[in-house]
Design a binder for this molecule. Sequence first.
Ligand SMILES: *Cc1c(COP(=O)(O)O)cnc(C)c1O
Length: 476
Amino acid sequence: MSGYEGARAGAADLPSLDRLLGMPEFQAALADFGRTQVTAALRRDLDVRRAAALAGTLTHDALTPSAFGARVLSALTERNRATLRPVFNLTGTVLHTNLGRAMLPEAAIESVLQALTSPANLEFDLATGGRGDRDDLVAPLLCELTGGEAATVVNNNAAAVLLMLATLARRREVVVSRGELVEIGGAFRIPDIMTHAGAKLVEVGTTNRTHAADYRNAIGDRTALLMKVHCSNYEVTGFTKSVDVAEVVAIAKPHGVPVAVDLGSGTLAPMERWGLPHETTVQETIAAGADLVTFSGDKLLGGPQAGMIVGRKDLVARIKKHPLKRALRVGKLTLAALEPVLRLYRDPEHLSERLTTLRLLTRTRADMAAQAERLVPVLANALGEDYTVSAAPMVSQIGSGALPVEQLPSYGLAITPAGGGKRGAGRALARLEAALRGLPYPVIGRIAEQTLWLDLRCLEAHDEARLSLQFAELRA
Ligand SMILES: *Cc1c(COP(=O)(O)O)cnc(C)c1O
């Protein structure tokens, strides 16, 4: 029955685990993954072969030492591949929440590397040798850039809002316009955060119109805060009225009630300077009289995930003393990344070159079009006859709730199936989208209007060659 490699094999033909482990074919896997993992993988593989023998589908060529060696090595490589992996964000959304939002600038790399591998003065005052406060590493910079008196940093903006409300408004009332009761993707809803902070939400106005009198009439003995929330991911248009921060401040002040603003993205630089639509800056909000402003670190700011609270010294001091602050605090890696990013804002002349987010947002259409022209033949060659690839204008978005309705003229690759009718075309596009996602360095695009769009806004020059390689890989 033996001698012929493709011939049927039985369970009795399976080699023993010990015999296999001693073979030279396994030495590479043993060196890379260790005996525990290799033994377990080999057991799993032998189980599969045994089942095949019982089903009558096992062949002798599956039982050679090199066949076992190759299967085990590939299984272990797959099993040990990082789950968090870099991808190409060709969705056209620059601050894509599901793809990790802002990419950190080069300036942060060295600082983060050092914090990873070396002790640091995270909570150690180098001047006195006494205990330090981790907020002090970035608070002076945040105050300098925003005009706030004091600052503290927590895990993200949702945490910043929660902590602020829990400290200042527990068992008391917070007045918010009905037009600003936002839900941000991933289950952040202002009413829910209020509940969890123990605060009572007092809604005023209507969805489309809120007037100064609505705020004025809502203030009472139990009012802790008047709060404004940035309408990050939508816009109310048409017959609308809202009350701006300065006006809300004017209403609150005589009552001694503080005004808090959840700015969402919040930016520290005037975006119109680079031809982008204006997004309210933190400075403007502080200058308008807001007592506290909260904003994200990884949206337009272009830094790591973090939530900033900037504003009045006495209020920030109370917030820092709340027990939740300890639970929501940031780690040293975040602070190591945040400090160099903030420092870039001291030099606005170089910002659009050095802050990755801004560099991507300000790329010219001509630059992206030239990239598209170079990539079309590479992708067309990889896809063959089944698809048509062309360079095409498209529009990208900033994302993460910054300027939700503004779109940026962009350029990229448009791919359509060569034929097969509407249903067939839909399936062909889905297949291609999945194949791009399945690449070693996954390529994420977007399907719309029977076309797969690969927006090149987030493809910087140094990544172009790597994308070409992935396209070539697609062919295999
Ligand atoms: C994005 C956003 C949040 C949540 O910020 P995270 O940093 O994602 O926690 C809260 N409020 C507004 C208005 C936002 O735009």
